[in-house]
Design a protein around this ligand. Structure first.
Ligand SMILES: NC(=O)c1ccc[n+]([C@@H]2O[C@H](COP(=O)([O-])OP(=O)(O)OC[C@H]3O[C@@H](n4cnc5c(N)ncnc54)[C@H](O)[C@@H]3O)[C@@H](O)[C@H]2O)c1
Ligand SMILES: [Zn+2]
Length: 350
């Protein structure tokens, strides 16, 4: 199923049950794939043109030097500007492949075939591509939209349950951002989220990115849960997966919104979120470890006067689009405390 085109977004978006060759590029192309999905690709009988490669992927491989042999290989194979890179894998692979496509000959087209729930909901769409630097995640990158985004749900069958649950929080984030408590609640049910949820989240993201491609305003809403989330992820030394940290960040953002005077989400939704997040409590970093990271947030607004600089905070509220406010990092202390307490007292899901 192809989703309707979003104004301003040069990406055709498909949500499919299984991969099929009809969605591959028409002209010359080369595959760059995450080795974890090679067998799935092959057993679906899909082609691998000359010059294709399957690479082992982890956050530790998300380095600029890893891209160089790919670029050299494409040049040796005589790939020209008309060729397309087809990236098949999770967010690490699509971020790296998108950046390699942005660099090669100053930019050639690429298609994203995301294979984790997180990359199907979020990472594969929107044109942000990057690798990590020693100083932090995603610090070297480019905006380069995929020409096509193909999310095939059958890839998720081999995904470890922890990865599936991690990606689920990016969907919950979209529901909270839209102010839709019932949607958020439904997403917390066990099992695979439905294709309708995926399509709705992608449509919303596509529209927002189309209106604000460079994150000058509205696109910041997609960072709901990420302000504290990024700090938690880094402070846990990445023991928390990205989506897990976003889930914790979303719960804390609900508390911050309430503390800032916005109407609260229903208590049963917050309790259900806390119950799902409760197994993460051994890895929840202390507030003192988060504060310095929040202060270094790369999206800081800058100090206006002698006081502390502010960071963009996204505040969800029921029945309305989330609000955004520049606030000092210290405001997250109490929401963090309240979240930690709620996690402590939560029953683990059975
Ligand atoms: N560009 C963006 O807008 C954006 C947004 C969010 C996250 N990200 C980035 O995405 C990355 C995280 O992505 P992720 O959560 O997909 O992690 P990931 O790419 O590391 O994949 C997780 C693990 O699952 C494996 N895997 C992938 N697909 C599989 C499948 N179908 N079956 C079995 N195993 C599979 C991978 O090899 C890896 O070991 C981070 O680097 C983050 O910075 C980017
Ligand atoms: Zn995210």
């Amino acid at each position: 199923m192809e989703l309707p085109a979003a104004d301003g977004l040069p990406t055709r978006i498909f949500v499919e049950e299984a991969p099929h060759a009809g969605l591959l590029p028409e002209g010359r192309w080369v595959l760059l794939g995450d080795a974890a999905v090679r067998d799935t690709w092959r057993s679906a009988g899909l082609p691998e043109p000359p010059g294709s490669r399957w690479v082992p992927v982890s956050e530790a491989t998300k380095r600029l030097e890893v891209l160089v042999p790919w670029l050299e290989g494409w040049a040796e194979a005589g790939l020209d500007r008309a060729a397309t890179v087809v990236a098949v894998g999770g967010g690490v692979l699509t971020d790296m492949a998108g950046l390699a496509a942005a660099l090669y000959m100053r930019g050639i087209p690429w298609h994203a075939w995301p294979t984790t729930l997180l990359s199907q909901v979020d990472a594969g769409l929107g044109g942000k591509t990057a690798v990590d630097l020693a100083a932090g995640k995603n610090l070297a990158g480019a905006f380069h939209h995929p020409a096509r985004f193909v999310a095939c749900r059958s890839f998720l069958a081999t995904l470890p349950p922890r990865q599936l649950d991690s990606g689920r929080w990016e969907l919950v984030k979209m529901a909270l951002m839209a102010g839709d408590a019932a949607w958020a609640r439904a997403l917390l049910a066990p099992g695979m989220p439905g294709a309708d949820s995926l399509a709705r989240a992608l449509r919303t993201k596509a529209e927002i990115v189309g209106r604000d491609p460079r994150e000058a305003g509205e696109r910041r809403l997609l960072n709901l849960g990420h302000t504290l989330g990024h700090a938690l992820e880094a402070a846990s030394a990445f023991r928390l997966l990205h989506g897990e940290a976003v889930g914790l960040g979303c719960l804390a953002a609900c508390f911050l919104a309430e503390a800032e005077g916005l109407p609260p989400f229903p208590g049963d939704l917050l309790a259900a979120m806390a119950a799902r997040l409760a197994p993460l409590r051994p890895d929840l970093p202390a507030w003192e470890a988060c504060l310095p990271l929040l202060r270094r947030d790369k999206k800081a607004v800058g100090a206006d006067g002698p006081g502390e600089s502010r960071i963009h905070c996204i505040l969800p509220r029921p029945h309305a689009l989330a609000d955004q406010r520049p606030l000092p990092p210290q405001v997250w202390r109490r929401p963090h405390e309240r979240m930690a307490r709620l996690l402590q007292s939560s029953e683990m899901p059975t």
